[in-house]
Each structure stands twice: as C-alpha cells, then as structure tokens.
Design a binder for this molecule. Sequence first.
Ligand SMILES: N[C@@H](CCC(=O)N[C@@H](CS)C(=O)NCC(=O)O)C(=O)O
Length: 225
Amino acid sequence: MSAITFHSIADSAYLWAVMHVADEKGAPYTVTPLAYRSPEHLALHPFGKMPIMQHGDFVLYESLAIAHYIDRAFEGPPLQPPGPRAQAIALRWVSVINAYVFPIMNRFMKERLVRPAWGVEPDHAFIESARDALILQMETIETALADGAYLAGETLTIADSFLLPQLLFFALTPEGEALMAQAPRTKAWLARMMARASYVGGAMSRAYDAIGQLPKPTKLAWPIT
Ligand SMILES: N[C@@H](CCC(=O)N[C@@H](CS)C(=O)NCC(=O)O)C(=O)O
C-alpha cells in the first residue's frame, strides 16, 4: 500500500492523533508542512484547519474521517470495535474530545505553559473559567476507564489516539498534574499509551520533552478540591 501524506504544521495536536492512528496501524506516511491559511492550504481544506490527508488521488480533511479511512484502508489491527455499542462508544469519545476536551485542555496548556514561555501574558479569565470543565473532563475519563484498559474497552481504538495528545500535554500543567494524581486509572492509561511503540521515539514524544522543559508555574491557578 502506498504511503500517506499528511499536510500540516508539525506541532498540531490533531496531526499527532492521526499519526498515532497510522503508527498503530503500521501505515507508512510522511508529513508535508503547510503554509497556514495560504491559498494552497485553503484549497486542501476550505475551513483552514489541519491536518489534511492525501493517499494517492484521495484528499481528505477532518481528523475523525482520516482516522476512519486509515483504519479501513490499511492492514493491521482494527482500531474500531466490531460491535455496535463499543463502536458507538469509541465514536462518542472522539466527538467529546473534539467538542469539549480539545478547546479547553489544549488551550489551557498553551495559556499556562507556552504563552508565558514566549513572554506573552496568558488569558487569566480563560484559565479561571476552565476549572470546572477540566475537572468534569478528568472525572468523566476516570469513570470511563473503570470499564477497561482503554476508552472503549480492553483494546486500543481511535478514541485513545484522539485523547492522547490532549491528556499528555495537559498533564504537564500544575493543574493537570494535580488532577492526574487524583485519577489513578487515567494516570495508568497515560503510562500505557506512552509505553507503546506508536509513541516512543515519535514526534509527540519529542514535543512532550520540549514542552516539559518549559518553566512551570509554581502555584496552582485554582484549588483542585
Ligand atoms: N475539526 C478539525 C479540527 C482540526 C483543528 O482544529 N486543528 C488545529 C490544529 S491542532 C488547527 O487547524 N488550528 C488552526 C486554526 O484553528 O485556525 C479536525 O478534526 O481535523
């Protein structure tokens, strides 16, 4: 099977999710850098987001669709459960991550770690307002992991690939670290994901090391309990 090309900026969380799917599948790929919002970018993705996948003459945007395509088009372990309920649960998780988790966890990490490292004042109102949503998200993930080692049961699915870049980087914030300490199943899930060959040595692990070296705020932005 020919290799996939992902068109994306290298440090996109959604690029990491679909690369993780490809790595779990054993699907070969390369990444072609995008000039953000250039005419070439908008020709590939009318909404100006990333990543975009190209496989032969097939060009596809939206990460869930890309993950689904890779899972169906390539050999390798199935990354979506065969049963209707488990598949629905995996898809519900991707939807939850896209709609609720990404906009809060990803931005929170940037406000807490990246903006201060760039010398940019973080959005304190956002940091304050994110508290309840982050606690709810962590509690919901912890509850789900009572039913199996992975989000949709005992086998890794695309849902886990979508959650990994979110939790990985959120856990580097003091608030993420503190919430993770109260969520043993989530902590074990993250360790399990980080031990897999799909993570070790990949782009996500390099970004994790780089962001992990940024100075961390010394005080929690808000009380955890
Ligand atoms: N719904 C899109 C979301 C992708 C997305 O938001 N990607 C981010 C990078 S992680 C992006 O394109 N950000 C640039 C922007 O929002 O303008 C998908 O599932 O692929």
